[in-house]
Design a protein around this ligand. Sequence first.
Ligand code: HEM
Length: 335
Amino acid sequence: MSMMAPEAIQRLADVAADQWRAHARRWAAASEDVALYAQAQEVLTRAVCAWAGVPLAEDEIPERTRQLTALFDGAGAVGPRHWRSRLARKQADAWIARVVEQIRAGSLSVPEGSPVHAVATHRGLDGELLSPKVAAVEINNVVRPTVAVSVYITFVAHALHVHPESRRRIAAGDEAYLDRFVQEVRRFYPFFPAVAARTCRAFAWQGYHFPAGVRVLLDLYGTNHDPRSWSSPERFDPDRFLREQTDPYNVIPQGGGEHHEHHRCPGEWIALELMKGAARFLTRELRYDVPPQDLEIDHARLPALPRSQIVMRVISWSAEAPARAASPEVGISSS
Ligand code: HEM
């Protein structure tokens, strides 16, 4: 949680914004179709490694992006995609364990206070450093899910495409609406459907009896769409957050409860800021068409995604476009 200070998250958002712009410059020059999901994975790999203090040479980027992506994109698959994910897990942990060892040996210096420095120099209650393997797992618990925000960014682009009014309001600079929009993207779209746990002891909760030692599932997607909490839950409506009650247990795309006490995801603010940054970029800076493609959400895939993973035909990019002057046409798409 100490890594999640607002200034730290802003630094990550700024690095990601720079990366989007560097990519956009290339897309506009190449005038090729752009596969957004794959591009977002690379943008976020570069951004999170720079932010966390993980050194990343230019020629390593395709391989590291592929490894980090396999950890969330293939873990829930069956067959070869799953096995590639397990191999990637070993490779990614070994890579970061070497970084930790180099920092401790003094052969690599990373900024004090960066997430990698914090974990590599952390001492447990016994006064000992974490083993390189455990330190690597902890660092990858931050790096991997940040790259996974590429899934949400793909949903952001999907929602902007199918809801032109949302695009118009965000393009016009309505930041309060943007806050509601990204919350609604997380509520509405599926990511991982459920989290699993095993009961330590028997207990009863709201009339349900849980025996000890059984596996239980928390239905994240079902809770986010529960008509007892949400009116017309199957409608995409960011303004519902003006009218409807939220609490730590009804909007739970990244787990429920309290961040400091429970297992609720500590990366929620990172996800929200990176989604907002991508939405600003897609509505205020980039002009693109969405050529005909299969935009249906594949609920059978883990994580779920639009089948086409969002292909964009880039027309132009301008970092200068001031938010309020942005024309509603900017970023508007054709199909
Ligand atoms: C990409 C979007 C993300 C989704 C959908 C997501 C989802 C989740 C879920 C469902 C949990 C488990 C909650 C539970 O067990 O009750 C979780 C835990 C966790 N997440 Fe995320 N997360 C995301 C992004 C992030 C980011 C960006 C970070 C860090 C930078 C992060 C770090 C963690 C950690 C460390 C935990 C374990 C917390 C604990 O057990 O106490 N996640 N996340």
